[in-house]
Design a binder for this molecule. Structure first.
Ligand code: ZN
Length: 279
């Protein structure tokens, strides 16, 4: 599932192909990709509009249009955006559910095998032009920063596991299953640790690890796993998967202490960690 580094990589790509361009067509063929409004309404509201800004908060992409509406795209589990310069030369991939045509003849295609991703347009916006529902998101580590005092305040008094808190989009926006494991590993804190047992030093290490890991992952254009489902806007794979130290490495050696990476269960989800050097 794309998390902050992957969505930010896609945002940077979209910035180059969308800003200043007019949307000349929108074709919705997926039955689930537009579900907060009728597909016809979405098409009517965005076709003919020019994209003035491509923003991101957490895992949401926000295309600000020239009439102050915002086209929101949420990739969720498997959504993928692809820029196609010459649409006639490239057949549509299976599971292409939305196709946006642009004035220069190019297309942005939305491919989503699992169909959890969605597109919708909203005119319910804040003073900064972004959707009002962004107020419900926690701070975005890249845009708002994530300092130790901010993280301490966000998790104060919580009895949940730190991994559960880090992946709760109301607590911090943008972190999911993969980067939460990498952040806990880098901070030498078990993902199962209850938030209200963390001391100042541990909170400081978690905040610092989050900033560093998310930044490094963006530099390497995100993580593509074995399913190769995440690709950037041009269809290229990310490179951060080679740096994973915990996620997906159950049974393999810990590169820090020589112990073994284990896969633990936290509720319905898994957490990869090393009990030798994470406490
Ligand atoms: Zn270890």
């Amino acid at each position: 599932m794309p998390e902050l580094p992957e969505v930010e990589t896609v945002r940077r790509g979209l910035d180059g192909v969308l800003v200043g361009r007019t949307i000349t067509g929108l074709e919705v063929t997926g039955r689930r990709s537009v579900r907060r409004q009728r597909p016809g309404e979405l098409v009517e509201r965005v076709v003919g509009r020019r994209v003035v800004l491509v923003e991101r908060r957490g895992k949401y992409l926000a295309l600000v249009l020239d009439d102050d509406q915002v086209l929101v795209i949420h990739l969720r589990m498997s959504g993928q955006l692809l820029s196609v310069k010459d649409p006639h030369a490239r057949p549509r991939a299976p599971h292409t559910h939305v196709v946006m045509g642009l004035e220069d003849g190019s297309e942005v295609r939305f491919v989503d095998a699992r169909t959890f991703g969605e597109w919708f347009v909203t005119d319910d916006v804040r003073d900064d032009g972004l959707p009002s529902f962004f107020d419900q998101l926690g701070p975005d580590p890249l845009v708002d920063g994530l300092t130790a005092p901010v993280l301490r305040e966000r998790i104060a008094g919580k009895r949940t596991a730190i991994k559960v808190a880090l992946t709760d989009q109301h607590v911090v926006a943008g972190i999911g299953n993969l980067y939460a494991d990498e952040i806990c590993y880098a901070a030498r804190v078990l993902p199962t640790r209850r938030c209200d047992t963390l001391d100042e030093e541990e909170i400081r290490r978690i905040a610092a690890a989050a900033r560093r890991i998310l930044r490094e992952a963006i530099v390497l254009r995100g993580s593509s796993l074995r399913d190769a489902r995440y690709r950037d806007l041009m269809g290229d794979l990310g490179g951060y998967q080679t740096r994973h130290r915990a996620y997906g490495r159950a049974g393999e050696g810990c590169r820090r202490c020589g112990g073994t990476i284990e896969r633990l269960e936290i509720g319905a989800r898994s957490a990869y960690c090393c009990r030798g050097c994470q406490h």
